[in-house]
Design a protein around this ligand. Structure first.
Ligand code: ATP
Length: 329
């Protein structure tokens, strides 16, 4: 058991629906264990600037249903330097923090790992990113809400696509990982799903489209933004080769980050927030709290940032079995 008197909490990187629910769970669990809680405003930049507010059970009321993050988030380049890290540590010492909870994606965890490696400061991570791309956890806060937003938008696009017999390319988030494209594509009944994990997929997509052209059928093609320059670039190539198609593109963009968190995200954020504080009390840090086989699981942060999470082969098989073409090897 470790005595933590004062706990810091921050959200960093891209915001994700459910981050507020995680802040609430961390704060209330910490307060119930006689800790003071400091909310750091604007991620690591707030640590560097000493931009901090006290949090208590009352100050986190009424936020569980809100998207975004009440503590604000930021991308803070200076934190990656030794100077930035030292400034952040100065604030931690000045404020007499005993431990820190960081909520964010793999970049956020790299920063947390630096604090641990350079200063042996106790940090624990909660995975909060709409991408669900963090190794060592089956789930990251915000993913379910993001999928629901995409499904809702694509259902509407499909109505017009099939009425006009069009080929629709829908671009979703995912520079390097295709989790959003794969799962939302499957949920929307997309004809093709293109993910960035697969290189040189155009050849396979072309032959699939040639068959669609022969049948004169409309199609929904889900494209992760990191594929072949994105949906616009792919649509341009296809237009030249298949002039008979009426091709449209819809880039969903930032709507995928916003909105009220789904019940799944609120519950996951609450479970992970409680687990993070309990782990710190038990003296466990340098860890990310996540899920393995649907149960809370601790993964070393160092491993979570070094290893790559792959799309589950079973989900690809399911997609293919129900007629979705995934040009994967
Ligand atoms: P998302 O997956 O939603 O983009 P993220 O946490 O990966 O979230 P990043 O912008 O990559 O978002 O990282 C958030 C912050 O973490 C950065 O602004 C920076 O302050 C810190 N960070 C990122 N990478 C590193 C690194 N290699 N070393 C130290 N700090 C880092």
């Amino acid at each position: 058991m470790t005595t933590i008197k004062r706990l810091g909490v921050l959200t960093s990187g891209g915001d994700a629906p459910g981050m507020n629910a995680a802040i609430r769970a961390v704060t209330r669990t910490a307060v119930n264990n006689n800790m003071e809680v400091l909310g750091i405003i604007g991620g690591y930049q707030g640590l560097i600037d000493d931009n901090i507010i006290p949090l208590d059970s009352y100050s986190v009321r009424g936020i569980i249903q809100r998207g975004g993050t009440m503590l604000l988030s930021a991308r803070c380049a200076i934190f990656k330097t030794e100077e930035g890290l030292a400034k952040a540590m100065q604030t931690i010492r000045k404020r007499q923090m005993d431990a820190l909870v960081v909520i964010g994606g793999d970049g956020t965890f790299r920063g947390a790992n630096d604090l641990i490696q350079h200063y042996h400061f106790p940090v624990i991570g909660i995975p909060g990113t709409i991408d669900n791309d963090i190794y060592g956890t089956e789930y990251t806060i915000g993913y379910d809400t993001c999928l629901n937003t995409v499904v809702d938008a694509v259902d509407k696009i499909r109505d017009t696509g099939s009425s006009h017999n069009r080929i629709f390319f829908v671009e979703v988030m995912g520079h390097e990982s295709g989790f959003v494209a794969m799962n939302s594509g499957m949920a929307c009944g997309a004809e093709i799903i293109m993910v960035p994990e697969q290189k040189n997929q155009m050849e396979k997509v072309r032959s699939f489209l040639a068959e669609r052209a022969r049948l004169n059928k409309s199609s929904m093609i889900m494209v992760a933004e990191g594929v072949e320059g994105g949906a616009m670039a792919i649509a341009e190539k296809v237009k030249q080769e298949f002039p008979q198609f009426d091709i449209r593109v819809s880039v969903l963009g930032y709507i995928q980050r916003g909105g009220s968190p789904s019940s799944k995200d609120r519950i996951a954020a609450s479970e992970l927030g409680v687990a993070a504080v309990n782990a710190l009390i038990e003296g466990k840090y340098g860890m990310m709290v996540g899920y393995e086989r649907n149960c809370i699981h601790l993964e070393p942060l160092e491993k979570a940032v070094k290893m790559h999470k792959h799309i589950n082969a079973d989900i690809i098989k399911v997609a293919e079995s129900i007629g979705t073409f995934t040009p994967l090897d």
